[in-house]
Every structure is written in structure tokens, then in C-alpha cells.
Design a protein around this ligand. Structure first.
Ligand SMILES: *Cc1c(COP(=O)(O)O)cnc(C)c1O
Length: 393
């Protein structure tokens, strides 16, 4: 039977779920040009404003001059170069773990860690709202795989009772769509009681959270005993690309020996590692970025409440506005865009049905005036939409 792609695509349109890629015609930053139009954007993950930082750019240029542009081979063959190695040592020191292993993407780091640790006969337990890469990793592992209620240690405990083999509990640190924090103290205590390991993917916590940007484990003061498998990504607050897994000597050697997404892929360009070494310095040292970001978030939350918007209990740069149907989310985001503000509309299946939202994100490179501008435009669009009957739920 031939593939009927046309009707699949048509159904996607009819469901208001069709996705389009906005064409970015400027470097990452608050003021961008998208599809030929100047816009103020509140949707990147460049939380500390390092993606287009002159010192990080210079480090990458120098790295390319010294090391060329391509990794050239996989890490186990001849692609593991000095900048990769230095970055791993710096990330181990940063996270307070004995070792760290560098990956080209967070998606691959997650596939690698879960599949190398758990297999047939084991158990992988994940938060229902985990990032897609973690859920895919759980399925790919071949372990018994089950999802507990969001951030619910009681629901986790019920599943831990029935777990067999080695058990891995996997959670986002900061949940990528809602911006809320995993209740790690409770989840880790439950895992410990049952002899399970905890793996935290803190893609959105490193940088904004913790006194030194050390993410959710620094925020809660949790060490390697509570969180033996710690994942961070480098394409968000670090402003570059790639990811890492930090943990014990044995964990990292296990990944190097057994993790197929680590073994069978070319190393990232060494110049990217040079750039990340610089952005790691800035991320740790420049506390003003975290402080400014926190002030912007507080201002936005107060302003949003004044408008009557429904927010999520999030202390992070991810500030979703709950809207309801996909159609309404699309309409509001289109109205904002018409007035010069770009905000992502997040719809099912990325989030549960009926909880479509605008996902507003902030960066240390935003000014307070830009946040005021967003609030003004939001108020105008929201009030206008409230006056109209909902044509399409
Ligand atoms: C973005 C993200 C990833 C994927 O990282 P990439 O480096 O972009 O592949 C993994 N986990 C979470 C929670 C993320 O938000």
C-alpha cells in the first residue's frame, strides 16, 4: 500500500497542529528578524544571553583556527581532541562529579545514558512530562518502562514497589514545557528507599538555577549519592551546542564502553568545545546575568497576574501562559506576532490535550523595557480575544 502522506498532513492542518519553522534571519538575541520582519522574541532557550557573546564567538574562532572545523572521527577512533578533553574536565569540576562525558546533543546523551544503564529485565520509571528524548530512551532501552504522575513521589513509590532488576528513575530537573522544578528531595528519598538510581536531565536548570549556575542539584544541595546520573545540555544557557553526562568514574567508563549513541557518532567540532569552555566561565562568574534574569521573571509574573493571565508555578525563565485549545493558542500567538512579539505556541502532542499554551521564555539579554512592551501587547491581545466568542474549541 502506498504511503498516504497527503491525508496525514491534511489532518494535521485540520487539527490546528501543523508546524512551521520560522526563518531566523539574524543572530540569536531579543531583537531578531524572522521571515523578513523585525520582531522581539521571547522563545529562545538562550537564558543567559551567551549564544551571541563576543568572547564566546572569539573562542570559537580561535578554536577553529587552532583545531580546524571538523571532529574528524568518533571519540573512540581519533576524534577525541584536547578541547573535548579539557571541557570534560571543566564540566566535572563544575558539577562536583569525578568525571563528565561530552556528547554532540542532549537527545543523544539521554539515549546513551538510559540505554547503557538499563536493558531487558530492568525497570525505567519516568515522569509523565519528561522531555521526549528521555521517553524515547526509556522505550529504546528494552527495560520495563512506566511513567509516574507528574512530580509525584507517591506515584513513583507505587511503581518502585513493583520494579524488578536494576531500576532507574528519570526526571527533567526543570520541566521544559512548564518551567516547574522536579521535587528532587522527595523523589531521591523514594528512590533511595528502594535502591534505585536517579538520573536528572537538567537542560533548563544549568545556568539560571543555583548560586553558581550549577542547576537544580546546586539549588537543592544534592550530591552524587542522591543523583548519580546528571545530564546537562549546552545548547541552552551555555549558548553553544552539545551535552554532557556527569557522574562516577565507573558510570563514565560504562558509557564509553557500552553506549551506542556515544560510540557510533562523530565527535562535535573541537571549536564548539573551545566556545563552551569560555561560556562555562561566563556562566559561573557573571552572577549579574542570573540576577537580572530573576528580576525580569518577577516583573513579568506580576504584570501577567495584573492582566488576569493563568501562569504556572514556575521560578525559572520558562513562563507558560495557559490558553486551552490549540486554536486559541495559535490565535493569541498570531496576534502577538502581528504586534511585533514572537512567542511560541505549544500544542498537543507536546503538551496534554486542552493545555495548549504560550511558552514565554526570558533571557538575561532582555531589557526591562522589552518585558514591559511584551506585557502591554499581551494585555491588548488578551482583552481583545476575551471579547470574542471562541469559534473553535
Ligand atoms: C533541549 C532538551 C534536550 C535535548 O537537548 P539537545 O542538545 O537540544 O538535543 C534534552 N532534554 C531536555 C529536558 C531538553 O529541554
Amino acid at each position: 500500500m502506498p504511503f498516504d502522506l497527503q491525508s496525514r498532513l491534511a489532518a494535521r492542518h485540520a487539527d490546528h497542529l501543523y508546524r512551521q519553522r520560522p526563518l531566523l534571519e539574524a543572530p540569536q538575541g531579543p531583537a531578531v528578524v524572522v521571515d523578513g520582519k523585525p520582531l522581539l522574541q521571547f522563545c529562545s532557550n538562550d537564558y543567559l544571553g551567551l549564544a551571541n557573546h563576543p568572547e564566546v564567538i572569539a573562542a570559537m574562532q580561535q578554536g577553529a583556527a587552532n583545531w580546524g572545523v571538523g571532529g574528524g572521527a568518533s571519540h573512540l577512533v581519533i576524534g577525541h581532541s584536547t578541547p573535548h578533553h579539557q571541557l570534560e574536565e571543566a564540566l566535572a569540576e563544575f558539577t562536583g562529579r569525578p568525571r563528565a562525558l561530552l556528547f554532540s546533543t542532549g537527545y543523544m546523551a539521554n539515549l546513551a545514558a538510559v540505554t547503557a544503564l538499563a536493558g531487558q529485565g530492568d525497570t525505567v520509571l519516568e515522569d509523565r512530562l519528561n522531555h521526549a528524548s528521555l521517553l524515547d530512551a526509556g522505550l529504546l532501552s528494552g527495560a520495563r518502562f512506566s511513567r509516574y504522575l507528574h512530580n509525584d513521589a507517591t506515584s513513583l513509590a507505587k511503581r518502585l514497589e513493583k520494579a524488578s532488576g536494576n531500576t532507574l528513575v528519570v526526571t527533567d530537573g526543570v520541566f521544559s514545557m512548564d518551567g516547574d522544578l522536579a521535587d528532587l528531595p522527595a523523589l531521591c528519598a523514594e528512590a533511595k528507599r528502594h535502591g534505585a538510581w536517579v538520573m536528572v536531565d537538567d537542560a533548563h536548570g544549568f545556568g539560571p538555577l543555583g548560586a553558581n549556575g550549577g542547576g537544580i542539584v546546586e539549588h537543592f544541595g544534592l550530591g552524587i549519592d542522591e543523583v548519580p546520573v546528571l545530564v546537562g545540555t549546552l545548547g541552552k544557557a551555555f549558548g553553544t551546542a552539545g551535552a554532557f553526562v556527569a557522574g562516577s568514574e565507573e558510570l563514565i567508563e560504562t558509557l564509553i564502553q557500552f553506549a551506542r549513541p556515544y560510540i557510533y557518532t562523530t565527535s562535535q567540532p573541537p571549536a564548539v568545545a573551545c566556545a563552551t569552555l569560555k561560556s562555562l566561565q561566563l556562566l559561573r562568574r557573571e552572577n549579574w546575568r542570573r540576577e537580572h534574569l530573576a528580576a525580569l521573571i518577577a516583573r513579568f509574573r506580576q504584570g501577567a497576574v495584573d492582566i488576569g493571565l493563568t501562569l504556572v508555578d514556575s521560578p525559572t525563565p520558562i513562563q507558560p501562559i495557559l490558553v486551552g485549545s490549540s486554536a486559541r493558542a495559535m490565535k493569541l500567538s498570531a496576534a502577538l506576532r502581528e504586534r511585533g512579539c514572537l512567542v511560541g505556541a505549544i500544542r498537543p502532542p507536546t503538551v496534554p490535550a486542552g493545555t495548549a499554551r504560550l511558552r514565554v521564555t526570558f533571557s538575561a539579554s532582555h531589557t526591562e523595557a522589552q518585558v514591559e512592551q511584551l506585557l502591554d501587547i499581551l494585555a491588548e491581545c488578551w482583552n481583545r480575544m476575551a471579547e470574542e466568542p471562541e469559534a473553535d474549541a
